[in-house]
Design a protein around this ligand. Structure first.
Ligand code: PHE
Length: 340
């Protein structure tokens, strides 16, 4: 058999092998067999050296052509095999299966309630302000006309830190801070945490949230207080909500009131939530006491104002029908997930 024939035979054998090849592993074997250093083509090419020039050129060309042909066939098949395995992977992916639902976090119900309250006051032209939770007696008490002998100054009613400092027992401290810093007109709400050493039960916590409000200008009257706060109650609890002002006492407002809304559970008929009265107490308010204006250095003749303060937990509990304040602080996702 001459070398020409031999090359032809190798080529045929190669074609058979490549036709039968079904996987990448076999293809690699074929590659080594026909293109490797010890392959028959290489052997033939090496043996050409001893042949006469003309035969050598012809045979060399033939052997090289076949080798190149084999190389291109192998590449072609390698590509095919690769795309076939991708198809297979794709086929094993069932796009009709339900997806994995990621559990998204959400705002805490108290944060949501503060946002709702803030949005209403923002729409009425109020700005939002912040103040410290660690406070001095001056801002928490004295400037608010709560003298030393006032019952709420009693150590049992306030968390004291090293004598002079305390954890604020209400957000009213921010009223003083703002008035000491700015001249009227003032129209702000001040949300934040407050602390009282109460025994924890279904309706008490040693820490809770309040939203304080303050509006001071030249011609603010009690009717502004009543108007703004009735609009707030209607926006917060529904258009049919009625408001009622009851005389009350706060050292920092004069006159002072407590504001009730018609019960949002029974619309005023009387139920368990409103203890049969048809009304729910929602906040304290009043005209800023001239003694407070004096403490911050405002001219009493020139300015009038009103202030109010509401408990965020109480509002959130009423809005959502939550009957235990402790649920807000336990971080139990079964509770929190209901407010997504
Ligand atoms: N600071 C009062 C409280 O904590 C609420 C209040 C604020 C009342 C402003 C009147 C005016 O009970």
């Amino acid at each position: 058999m001459d070398l020409f024939e031999k090359i032809e035979n190798i080529k045929k054998e190669f074609e058979k092998n490549i036709d039968e090849c079904l996987d990448a592993k076999r293809l690699e074997e074929i590659r080594t067999l026909y293109l490797g250093r010890k392959s028959e083509f290489t052997q033939i090419l090496k043996s050409l050296a001893s042949l006469p020039e003309e035969t050598r050129r012809e045979l060399g060309k033939k052997a090289n052509d076949c080798k190149n042909y084999a190389a291109s066939k192998i590449e072609e098949l390698a590509k095919q095999l690769e795309s076939r395995s991708e198809d297979k992977q794709r086929a094993s992916l069932d796009v009709t299966l339900p997806g994995i639902i990621k559990k998204e976090g959400s705002l805490h119900p108290l944060t949501q309630t503060i946002s709702r309250i803030s949005d209403i006051f923002i729409s009425l032209g109020f700005a939002i302000a912040d103040g410290p939770e660690i406070e001095t007696e001056f801002y928490n008490f004295e400037a608010l006309n709560i003298p030393l002998d006032h019952p709420s100054r009693d150590a049992f009613d306030t968390f004291y830190i090293q004598g002079k400092y305390l954890l604020r027992s209400h957000t009213s401290n921010v009223q003083i801070r703002i008035m000491r810093e700015t001249e009227p007109p003032i129209q702000v709400i001040m949300p934040g945490r407050v602390y009282r050493p109460d025994a924890v039960d279904a309706s008490h916590s040693f820490m809770f949230h309040q939203v304080e409000g303050l509006m001071v200008d030249k011609k603010i009257s009690f009717s502004d207080l009543k108007g703004i706060l009735s609009i707030f109650c209607r926006s917060m609890f529904g258009e049919k909500t009625k408001t009622r002002l009851r005389p009350h006492f706060f050292p920092f407002t004069e006159p002072s009131v407590e504001i009730d809304i018609s019960c949002i559970m029974c619309s005023g008929k009387g139920c368990r939530v409103c203890s049969g009265s048809g009304w729910l107490e929602i906040m304290g308010a009043g005209m800023v006491n001239p003694k407070v204006f004096k403490a911050v250095g405002y001219d009493n003749e020139k300015y009038k104002g009103f202030a109010f303060g509401m408990g965020v937990e109480r509002i959130a509990m009423l809005s959502h029908g939550i009957d235990d304040i402790r649920l807000f602080y336990e971080n139990d996702v079964r509770f929190l997930r209901q407010f997504v």
